[in-house]
Design a protein around this ligand. Structure first.
Ligand code: NAP
Length: 468
């Protein structure tokens, strides 16, 4: 941007300049070119899977099983976006023929086309070193839309990011594409992150991470002389409502499933169920006792970074100040001990500290004395990626109200199963009202994610060569 003394800011200028240089070529690239790159990136990941997983495991501690699964998911979605491109999705247009006569019925000929936004700054997530990092969903969807991507490496997995980036660059070179289609900003200061978001060459930002970090960067994007879209996913407490109808059916297996979901990946999922809402009853108390029994033997692994574990313990301590411990054993491994806490719904509604996200293997059990209070609990949460409703099979008026409340506050409503595990498909919606997402109309998982990076332009009475 200007002449800097700080070499890390100069480095950002250099990579953004490359992205800007590549923007026209990539934005106007044919479907076959884009699809070839996306497939080439999927192939290269798989060809080096073993080595990459070893690095990822060393840096993240997530284990080979989970990381291999993540590579499979990452390759799957790269290929999925290649198919979207071949199906013409980013090139779709709507045309209205000219109508003679006076307006409003009379009109010129119009074609509404979609154009890529331009270079996207992509902040990798800590908790998905493959699927939400260098070649993850944000990158795949932005590339599919025709936008070059400037990746901001997550400080939790710098070596893996560099290794994946080198492989990706070799594919880009081999396919004769401009280097700037994918560039990397290495470990930089927080000021460097802000600088990237505010760089005039950057046209949009994709972010997955914490509320504090996301909000700071979102503000930076909005404070630019010309603000740019900021697609952020900032945190979510994912309520799971367990109604008597569900407990009557299969209380034991539901408790087991829920215990697995709360502790999965040491609770480091943005969709981890953080608030379990029950109606006051003996069946609910038995369910919680069963949940405790199922969580007790589950071991955890180390968290992604020491900072993450510190953040988790601090959040648990905040919630614990106002809640009752239900299950609290000493840590018996490298990771933190799972935790269950409890509060009544009235306290949960009145006290925002009880709604703090405990990013790790913990959940708060909230007991309500009526269905209308359950709805109040959902409304006070306000914005969350998911709400799970167990036991609303009957089309009663009460259930209708509950479903309406769940849809009001979340992007995905589940009527069975658990919220961890987000399918990559066309119908997926991963995003919801603030703070789960900064743009609730958009999704960061699934094929609709590419629409974030396209901007409509209406071409009026355009010559044939412009329409192509
Ligand atoms: P994060 O701290 O928000 O970091 C995400 C990215 O944003 C990183 O690249 C980070 O840079 C950058 N960043 C963070 N704060 C910034 C700021 N003020 N200015 C400029 N850049 C900034 O998210 P995280 O690393 O995934 O998680 C950290 C904490 O967030 C955890 O302790 C966890 O409790 C909480 N959390 C995470 C998630 C999630 O889905 N990942 C969800 C909820 C809560 P650096 O790489 O330099 O740090």
């Amino acid at each position: 941007m200007t002449d800097h003394q700080d070499p890390s800011l100069r480095a950002i200028d250099q990579v953004v300049a490359k992205a800007v240089e590549a923007a026209d070529v990539w934005g106007e690239s044919m479907p076959v070119v884009r699809a070839n790159l996306l497939r080439g990136l999927a192939d290269v990941l798989e060809q080096h899977q073993q080595d990459l997983v070893a690095i990822a495991d060393r840096e993240s501690g997530l284990g080979a099983v989970r990381l291999n699964g993540e590579v499979a998911r990452t390759a799957y979605q790269l290929r999925g976006f290649a198919e979207e491109v071949e199906a013409g999705v980013p090139y779709r247009r709507v045309e209205d023929e000219a109508v003679t006569g006076a307006p409003p019925a009379g009109r010129p000929r119009l074609a509404r086309v979609q154009r890529p936004l331009g270079p996207v700054a992509m902040f990798s997530a800590s908790n998905f070193p493959f699927a939400f990092s260098v070649l993850g969903g944000d990158t795949a969807s932005a590339l599919a839309a025709g936008c070059p991507v400037v990746v901001k490496v997550h400080s939790g997995h710098p070596e893996l990011s560099r290794a994946v980036f080198e492989l990706a660059s070799s594919v880009i070179r081999a396919q004769g594409l401009p280097e700037g289609v994918l560039t990397l900003v290495g470990n930089t200061s927080r000021a460097g992150g802000i600088y990237l978001v505010q760089h005039p060459g950057i046209a949009a930002v994709a972010f997955t991470g914490s509320y504090q970090g996301g909000k700071a960067l979102w503000q930076a994007a909005n404070e630019r002389p010309r603000p740019v879209p900021f697609f952020g996913e900032l945190g979510s407490i994912n309520p799971l409502v367990v109604l008597p109808a569900a407990l009557e059916k299969d209380s034991e297996s539901l408790a087991r499933t829920l215990a697995g979901s709360i502790t999965l990946g040491c609770g480091q999922f943005c969709t981890s169920p953080g608030v379990i809402v029950l109606l006051e009853s003996s069946a609910s108390r038995r369910f919680v006792a069963q949940l405790v029994e199922d969580i007790a033997p589950i071991g955890t692994h180390r968290m992604l970074t020491p900072g993450m574990q510190k953040g988790f313990e601090a959040a648990v301590a905040t919630v614990a100040e106002y809640a009752t411990p239900v299950f609290d054993k000493a840590a018996d491994g490298a990771g933190p001990a799972p935790r269950l806490l409890a509060a009544d719904a009235a306290s949960f509604i009145a006290n925002p500290h009880l709604r703090e996200e405990m990013f790790g293997p913990a959940a708060l059990v909230v007991t309500a004395d009526s269905l209308s209070q359950v709805i109040e609990v959902l409304d006070v949460i306000g914005g969350t990626l998911t709400t799970t409703l167990w036991g609303v099979d009957e089309p009663s008026e009460a259930n209708r109200k509950l479903v309406r409340a769940a849809e009001r506050v979340s992007g995905r409503v589940l009527f069975g199963g658990v919220p961890t595990g987000v399918a990559v498909c066309h119908a997926q919606q991963h995003g919801g009202p603030w703070p789960s997402s900064t743009v609730p109309q958009s999704t960061s998982v699934g094929y609709a994610a590419l629409e974030r990076f396209l901007r409509p332009v209406a071409l009026q009475d355009a010559p044939a060569w412009v329409l192509g």
